[in-house]
Design a protein around this ligand. Structure first.
Ligand code: PEP
Length: 251
């Protein structure tokens, strides 16, 4: 099945109003780089609204996290409904930095993905093994358990994107070997098909994330079942994000 690639930028806790010029450049290139590809930027919540205004319709915006509840006494948190209210179409849930810094387990991630769906957002569910787990040969077991625990029932190609991000490759400049990425993505595809059925399992996009840069994007994004990238550091620079998009094969 053909899946439309998605290139998603995760700005993490970076981005001030004065850096919106980078988004302006992405918006200007969007007609070209968005041909056959879906584009997404997840800026910090403080500039979501301004980003929406700059990026227009060709580049979606998304949140980096959401609370499981629609509203309530949760100081400092944001609901999926609030993200949808400012025009977000996606939300990242279960990023390894949230799992580590905020003790989010699979059950919490699953509840957030359900919250995303309740608000009409696409949930980008992040999974990935630690370096110790990889060295112990546990990678596929870890990924299987994370999919089982973090992905809610009812997932489809329209409401779920899975992001495979080896924790040790995030922000380190190291990437997994091509054959290891192929193994992981092939395993994830089989797992999704088993869980969701042939049609739905084949429709869900599986992104690779972890130090994707202009120099390695073409090689990483050509791997079977890699349907795009979740890009951290390199998404902060418009030139790098644009180069990664151009390196992403379409159709
Ligand atoms: C990420 O934040 O999900 C990520 C993959 O970061 P980086 O590209 O900087 O490794």
């Amino acid at each position: 099945m053909k899946r439309r690639p998605l290139i998603a930028g995760n700005w993490k806790m970076n981005g001030l109003l004065r850096q919106l010029t980078e988004l302006q450049m992405i918006a200007e290139a969007a007609g070209e780089i968005g041909e056959g590809r879906d584009l997404l930027i997840c800026p910090p919540a403080t500039i979501l609204s301004a980003s929406r205004g700059i990026l227009g319709q060709k580049v979606a915006i998304g949140g980096q996290d959401c609370h499981a509840a629609p509203s309530g006494a949760h100081t400092g948190d944001l609901s999926a409904e609030m993200l949808a209210d400012v025009g977000a179409r996606y939300v990242i849930v279960g990023h390894s930095e949230r799992r580590a810094d905020h003790d989010e387990d699979d059950a919490a991630v699953r509840a957030k993905a359900e919250a995303a769906w309740r608000a009409g957002l696409v949930a980008i569910v992040c999974i990935g093994e630690s370096e110790a787990q990889r060295e112990a040969g546990e990678t596929l077991d870890v990924l299987g358990a994370q999919v089982a625990g973090s992905v809610p029932d009812g997932a489809t190609g329209a409401n779920l994107v899975l992001a495979y991000e080896p924790v040790w490759a995030i922000g380190t400049g190291r990437t997994a070997a091509v054959e290891d990425i192929a193994d992981a993505h092939g395993f994830l595809r089989r797992t999704l098909v088993e869980r969701l059925g042939e049609e739905r399992g084949a429709a869900v996009r599986i992104l690779y994330g972890g130090s994707v840069k202009p120099g390695n994007a073409a090689e990483l994004l050509a791997i079977d079942d890699v349907d795009g990238a979740l890009v951290g550091g390199a998404s902060l620079k418009a030139d790098d994000f644009i180069a990664i998009c151009r390196a992403t094969p379409v159709g």
